[in-house]
Ligand binder design. Structure first.
Ligand code: 5AD
Ligand code: SF4
Length: 465
């Protein structure tokens, strides 16, 4: 392959018990070991799915490698949310052609939302692909690989895929994702998720508690609960219906679980108990990603968001009442069909009023099959300049949020060693990256520190405990 480094491995924190660094296993049976390279595109739910696919393939003797040109199987776990994300798959597949030519036994798999949306079309466009597996069918990946030959599986099976995946015995690292809910029933007019990930399904609470305990047993101290609509969670436990607030309260009782986060939420699903949990569950971190997409009532309506800007403001007031130091983040789309200068001005005004710690902003991308795709787009130049203007404002706010931390005492969970000798890198309660000189520090330590300096993307701090 011309540039194997351009394809990078999925989360190094995860992997099967037989992961490459687990030399005991590798040395004992070098011939039996096959290497799996996974590239993950898009959201954190895909990162979680990649981890689970790695674990499932690990049970069949595959270990993770961080080099595509070294692998027996390459798996691309794709994202369909915007056109650019989707097209990335085809350019990466193109780059794999020489590798497959030199190594005909190499298996190439496509997973995730492009697999779901395009199915067999992917193999027609790129015959080098052996396996296409959708996000609801990936527990069948090991069987598909074992069976050999070309296969496409984009079913939404009734069986719970999570029940068919191996236990998370191989998990490493102090932080982990836990998918609690999948799919979305909201049907925002621009979004493919309800089509690629299907209807909202919540995983049973007892199973989540079991998976969380397993993770904590492996040394995990921070769990991020994931779902396309995570605060729409309604999971069954002993005949009762647990909301996300209830689940968080129960998780907080697990000894050794120090931090809980969740993402991504919808404003209309922030119920009273969840807001209250931000005030009275110390393990719930003071950080909330609450996408609003636009600050214009007209556009919010056209987007089918089913709330107004005033309702969003009131909601944020209530959340800040419960947890005054909470750091808010959001997603924005500019250039949605019909967006005028006035509408965009309303978005800028909303951002100024809320004051975000960070935010993602995207230029609207027309997605086939969604209602908004029928409407004429905003001129590209106009959308581009709005995006620049919005991003400049967000960067200013992000910088102010980082600067405001200087002098404050924070907690930091060490996730890895820094580039400098004796330096550790971790995340603060507010999910900011923090560098600390700490020769005694170990990955997984949760320390108190005082912030000494800030840049736009990270903090420097001195350990005080
Ligand atoms: N165009 C641009 N951005 C989109 N998003 C979702 N669909 C589109 C689209 N068609 C953004 C939204 C969402 C985030 C995950 O991606 O802001 O919150
Ligand atoms: Fe897409 Fe989120 Fe809207 Fe669901 S709530 S349709 S995932 S943007």
């Amino acid at each position: 392959m011309s540039n194997p480094e351009a394809l990078t491995q999925t989360s190094p924190a995860a992997g099967p018990d037989t992961a490459a660094s687990d030399t005991g296993v590798q040395d004992a049976m070098p011939d039996a070991v096959k290497k799996l390279f996974i590239k993950t595109y898009g959201c954190q739910m895909n990162v979680y799915d990649s981890e689970r696919m790695a674990e499932a393939m690990g049970a069949k003797g595959y270990v993770l490698t961080d080099r595509a040109d070294d692998a027996d199987m390459v798996l691309l776990n794709t994202c369909h949310i915007r056109e650019k994300a989707s097209e990335k798959l085809y350019s990466d597949l193109g780059r794999l052609k020489p590798l497959k030519r030199d190594k005909p036994d190499l298996k190439i798999g496509v997973a995730g939302c492009v697999a779901q949306a395009e199915g067999a079309e992917i193999r027609r466009r790129m015959p080098l692909v052996d396996i296409v597996v959708g996000p609801q069918a990936y527990h069948r990946l090991p069987a598909m690989v074992e069976a050999g030959g070309a296969q496409v599986d984009t079913d939404f099976p009734v069986e719970d895929k999570f029940e068919h995946l191996p236990q998370r015995k191989g998990y490493r690292g102090p932080t982990a994702f836990l998918t609690v809910q999948e799919g979305c029933d909201k049907f925002c007019a621009f979004c493919v998720v309800p089509y690629t990930r299907g209807a909202e399904v919540s995983r049973p609470a007892a199973r989540l508690m079991r998976e969380a305990r397993e993770l904590v047993g492996r040394g995990v101290r921070e769990i991020t609960l994931l779902g396309q609509n995570v605060n729409g969670y309604h999971g069954e436990a002993d005949g009762a219906d647990w909301t996300l607030g209830r689940l968080i309260r129960e998780l907080a009782a697990i000894d050794g679980l120090d931090r809980i986060r969740y993402t991504t939420s919808h404003p209309n699903d922030m119920d009273d108990d969840l807001i209250a949990a931000h005030g009275d569950v110390p393990q719930l971190m003071p950080y909330l990603h609450l996408p609003v997409q636009s600050g214009s009532d007209r556009i919010l309506k056209a987007m089918n968001r089913k709330h107004t800007r005033d309702q969003y403001f009131r909601l944020i007031d209530r959340i800040r009442e419960a947890r005054p130091d909470i750091l808010m983040t959001s997603d924005f789309i500019v250039g949605f069909p019909g967006e005028t200068d006035q509408d965009f001005g309303d978005t800028m005004d909303l951002v100024r009023r809320v004051g975000y710690g960070a935010a993602f902003s995207f230029k609207y991308s027309s997605r086939p099959g969604t209602p908004a795709a029928e409407k004429p787009p905003v001129e590209a130049d106009i959308a581009d300049s709005r995006l620049q203007e919005l991003q400049a404002l967000i960067i200013t706010q992000q910088r102010a949020a980082q600067d405001s931390m200087v002098g404050r005492e924070i907690s930091v969970l060490y996730e890895k060693a820094g580039r400098m000798e004796g330096q550790m890198v971790g995340k603060s309660d507010h999910l900011m990256a923090v560098h600390i000189d700490d020769a005694q520090g170990r990955i997984g330590d949760l320390v108190r520190a005082r912030v000494t300096a800030a840049s736009s993307n990270s903090l420097a701090a001195k350990r005080i405990s």
